[in-house]
Design a protein around this ligand. Structure first.
Ligand code: AMP
Length: 657
């Protein structure tokens, strides 16, 4: 703080000159025409912590020509973490939330004033919230798609952001059946590191770790190059590929105990096997067991139940199983870790496994220094908490932060709270947030009446809202489509409880399919498999069946002919086509890894949807407003009962066999 004041005083004006020869690549991003503004210094301090700030100040004061390089080295060495400083900064930001929000909007709009999307909207250089809301319309992905597509195709003009996007992120959602593209840039890397550091600082206060490593079940996704030469992959892979990721993981004692070759391996099953093997080899060092999503941890230990004897055999022999791991780079990386046979460790693991009852507490049994299990456990991941508790024995479960490929929203700063009650405190400098007030209407689940958006500090406790975000990555008043409830406030910033996705029907884990995605899948299957046979879909609905593990989608079709009169091969082809037609990345990835089971097609007797209609009418629904439910939830036992009693034929997809 003192240093900051000195710097302000020494600078004495809004800008001070920095010779560009002194600027490393890392710093050049913050330089405008060789000038460094106080705003940049503030951002350096906010995002990177006081250490960098102090270095920057000494650079300014002393003009040390090597300072840029020093900063670079520190950034990669990652020795700039102080949990208490991170918390102090977070407290300041959340106390001044309204001011910080105004300032964040000012910075986003000042930086991007000239971009095509904003030009012509009448902002005329204004950056205040009132002008912003008056001039810029609310938007969804559909409104932005054509701009993002142009950028992906190689348009380098400032379309959505002044600074060019560094890559494309593929969200797990879809827009009209196509995978959703979003821009990814350095700002998103920075905010990711900021939120990781913030959550960790609070977590570490409650569950301290020291010089530890993490058994992290993380995997990069496939990537491809867009027409315009940008890499396109998931947002998490974009983060893992960033230089800052490793340094931050070291800072927050969460370094993955597996080598990069495993994280970036070409095959999920091989990487998972190797993560488990690395976890056993570094068992004494592991203090955190984590994954981005809770279901990855559950999947890992379900796999462990099946392969533990093979893992022990590998450790005993000092060689990774040639049947399990075939990718040469992964094998090579594992060979150097498995330098020699280790029968002692193999015996110890086997003894511990044999001592477990139904795998309860396998995590603390094999990783005695683990302090907690960490990952996203809220929303669609809540389903996995029960199983996670089983594997974790008495270890605490920490619900990880709330964000999206679009940008981050909030950190869990009360890590001791059970995941079912976890809330996310919005970081007011990570984006500009608005909230659309929602009032549930009585007619159907997921239907809300909307009011005009309110600001971050204007939300009311207990109310529901849809999140709207304006980011440093080209989103302006973007409707995220998530419904949240305000659970309370941390200083002046709301604590959000995630409620659900709006317009989301089918979801087992990381997959997200809307009513429209289902409609597109049914249309596509009907075209591909049924139309040629003169078969038509009379009506359809769906259900996410979580009664067995892994869960799977069930699609119910009523056709214009009884199924008995239809060739079974035609219906099998229809089932396979339905499975393939759900193209959202979360679904496809989960199907490939087995985290979602084969899609089930149930063909219904003719007249089934009439029975469903009569059922709703008997409950008092007005016939004029009746719509066939497109997704039947577990709680709707009446309709599920009708569907089960009317099913004539059942098929399971072979599309991913
Ligand atoms: P994606 O677009 O694939 O990055 O997924 C982002 C979406 O996942 C968000 O909009 C939320 O719906 C959901 N999500 C992310 N983090 C959480 C969380 N901590 N709790 C519940 N849902 C989450």
């Amino acid at each position: 703080m003192v240093i900051k004041l000195v710097a302000r005083e020494m600078l004495g004006q809004q800008y001070t000159k920095i010779p560009s020869s002194l600027a490393s690549e890392h710093l050049k991003a913050f330089l405008k025409d060789g000038k460094l503004s106080l705003e940049h210094i503030d951002r350096f301090r906010l995002h990177n912590g006081r250490y960098y700030h102090a270095s920057l100040v000494s650079w300014l004061l002393l003009g040390v020509s090597k300072c840029g390089e020093m900063l670079e080295k520190k950034a990669t060495r990652g020795d700039g973490f102080s949990g208490e400083e991170v918390i102090a900064e977070f407290e300041r930001l959340t106390r001044d939330a309204a001011i910080v929000q105004r300032d964040t909007l000012r910075r986003i709009l000042a930086e991007n004033a000239g971009v095509e999307y904003l030009r012509g909207l009448g902002l005329a250089g204004r950056t205040d919230p009132d002008s912003f809301r008056a001039c810029v319309p609310l938007a969804t992905h559909v409104d932005l798609e054509r701009y993002i597509e142009r950028i992906a195709d190689g348009d380098t003009s400032p379309v959505l952001t002044a600074k060019p996007a560094t890559s494309i992120s593929l969200s797990s959602g879809t827009t009209q059946g196509k995978r959703k593209y979003l821009l990814f840039n350095e700002e998103l890397v920075k905010s990711t590191m900021q939120i990781y550091r913030t959550s960790y600082a609070f977590r570490n206060r409650e569950f301290p770790v020291e010089n530890g490593k993490a058994l992290q079940f993380i995997y990069s996704s496939r990537q491809f190059t867009t027409k315009g030469g940008l890499t396109a992959t998931t947002a998490t892979t974009n983060v893992y590929r960033s230089e800052e990721f490793k340094a931050t993981m070291r800072d927050i004692q969460s370094q993955c105990c597996s080598p990069d070759e495993v994280i970036f391996g070409p095959d999920f099953a091989q990487s998972l096997y190797c993560h488990l093997l690395c976890g056993l080899l570094f068992a004494g060092d592991v203090q955190i067991v984590s994954a981005t999503f809770a279901h990855s941890v559950v999947l890992a230990f379900q796999t462990f139940e099946r392969v533990w004897e093979e893992l022990c055999a590998d450790i005993r022999r000092g060689e990774v199983s040639p049947a399990r791991v075939t990718a040469p780079a992964v094998r090579q990386a594992m060979s150097s870790l498995l330098a020699a046979p280790n029968p002692g460790l193999a015996d110890e693991v086997a003894r511990k496994c044999a001592g477990l009852s139904n795998w309860y507490g396998v995590i603390p049994a094999l990783w005695p220094n683990a302090k907690y299990v960490y990952g996203i456990m809220t929303g669609s991941m809540e389903h996995y908490v029960k199983k996670l508790r089983h594997y974790a024995g008495g270890l605490p479960l920490g619900a990880a932060e709330y964000g999206a490929s679009e940008g981050w929203i909030g950190a869990n700063v009360e890590p001791g709270t059970p995941p079912e009650c976890a809330t996310f405190t919005v970081l007011p400098d990570i984006g500009y947030f608005e909230f659309i007030p929602l009032k549930a209407t009585s007619t159907a689940a997921g239907c809300y009446a909307e009011a005009a958006p309110v600001g971050l500090t204007e939300v009311a406790v207990g109310e529901l809202y849809e999140v709207v975000m304006t980011t440093f990555a080209g989103l302006y008043r973007y409707r995220l489509g998530d419904v949240v409830k305000v659970a309370g406030f941390h200083n002046a910033t709301p604590k959000l409880k995630f409620v659900c996705r709006r317009n989301l029907m089918l979801s087992i884990n990381i997959d997200k399919n809307s009513e429209q995605d289902l409609q597109l899948a049914v249309d596509s299957a009907a075209r591909a498999a049924l139309a040629g046979e003169k078969l038509e879909v009379v009506d359809y609905t769906s259900h996410a069946d979580m009664s067995s593990d892994p869960g799977h989608y069930v699609i119910f079709l009523e056709l214009n002919t009884d199924a008995g009169a239809v060739d079974g091969e035609v219906l099998q082809a229809c089932c396979d086509e339905l499975d393939r037609a759900f193209v959202d990345a979360g679904y496809v990835g989960s199907r490939k890894t087995g985290a979602i089971g084969a899609l089930e097609l149930r063909v219904l007797q003719r007249g089934t949807f009439q029975k469903v209609l009569r059922h709703y009418l008997s409950l008092g629904a007005p016939v004029s407003q009746f719509k066939s439910p497109r997704c039947v939830y577990r709680s709707n036992s009446g309709v599920l009962h009708i569907l089960a009693g009317s099913t004539t034929n059942v098929f399971f997809s072979t599309a991913y066999d």
